[in-house]
Design a protein around this ligand. Structure first.
Ligand SMILES: NC(=O)c1ccc[n+]([C@@H]2O[C@H](COP(=O)([O-])OP(=O)(O)OC[C@H]3O[C@@H](n4cnc5c(N)ncnc54)[C@H](OP(=O)(O)O)[C@@H]3O)[C@@H](O)[C@H]2O)c1
Length: 188
């Protein structure tokens, strides 16, 4: 069976996702949703894998590193020093990360795979045969951004997920909505 990549991202009206290697907004409800979705497993003895680019890893405050209860995969073309962290792996390419996900022994350890950004990683994953779903939070406000979500590919259909609230969310006067898009070309 192919590894199934679930992408999760929050984008504002201009599809911006980041500014100065940080999030352009502070929305606790959205952050809690991200943590809940990427951490939740059916089996207590398994964790999910989160895949991120090196800049996204750098943007996580030290006290929150690695993202807890999840196996952290970091993509970088440099040699990262990560020995102080448990459950953290670095890979030089997405293909290397996929090879790890396909390893027989490693397969027993994880349940779901979440790709958590940034921009190029989302793009590469959406173009791959492993792209299954995009969980996109649309923030209905414009923010100044220097990093953007890539163009959405053809062949997405909006689906529902019982874990994803359907109603409009509001925090600090900002409306946002959760969306789930499935890649109709994904072959299980
Ligand atoms: N709103 C959201 O949902 C969301 C989610 C994630 C991130 N963000 C924001 O986005 C910004 C960071 O994203 P970003 O797009 O600038 O950077 P990024 O994707 O997190 O990291 C880019 C780095 O990842 C490595 N990389 C990328 N593709 C690779 C590949 N195929 N193989 C090996 N390594 C690869 C390279 O690291 P090296 O340079 O070390 O080689 C590259 O410089 C921040 O502002 C962050 O807050 C927002």
């Amino acid at each position: 069976m192919l590894p199934k990549l679930n992408l999760i991202a929050a984008a504002c009206e201009n599809m911006g996702i980041g500014h100065n290697n940080n999030l352009p907004w502070r929305l606790k409800t959205e952050m809690d949703y991200f943590t809940r979705m990427t951490s939740k497993t059916k089996h207590q003895d398994k964790k999910n894998v989160v895949i991120m680019g090196r800049k996204t890893w750098d943007s996580i405050p030290k006290k929150f590193k690695p993202l807890n209860n999840r196996i952290n995969f970091i993509l970088s073309r440099s040699d990262l020093v990560l020995s102080e962290y448990k459950d953290v792996y670095s890979f030089k390419s997405l293909a290397d990360a996929i090879n790890k996900l396909n390893e027989h022994n490693f397969k027993n350890l994880y349940e779901n795979i979440w790709v958590i950004g940034g921009s190029h990683i989302y793009d590469e994953c959406m173009k791959s045969e492993y792209f299954y779903r995009l969980y996109l939070t649309r923030i209905h406000k414009a923010f100044e951004c220097d990093t953007f979500f890539p163009a959405l590919p053809e062949g997405l259909k909006e689906v529902s997920d019982e874990d994803v609230p359907k109603e409009v969310q509001n925090e600090k006067g900002i409306d946002f909505t959760y969306h789930v898009y499935e890649n109709v070309n994904f072959k299980d």
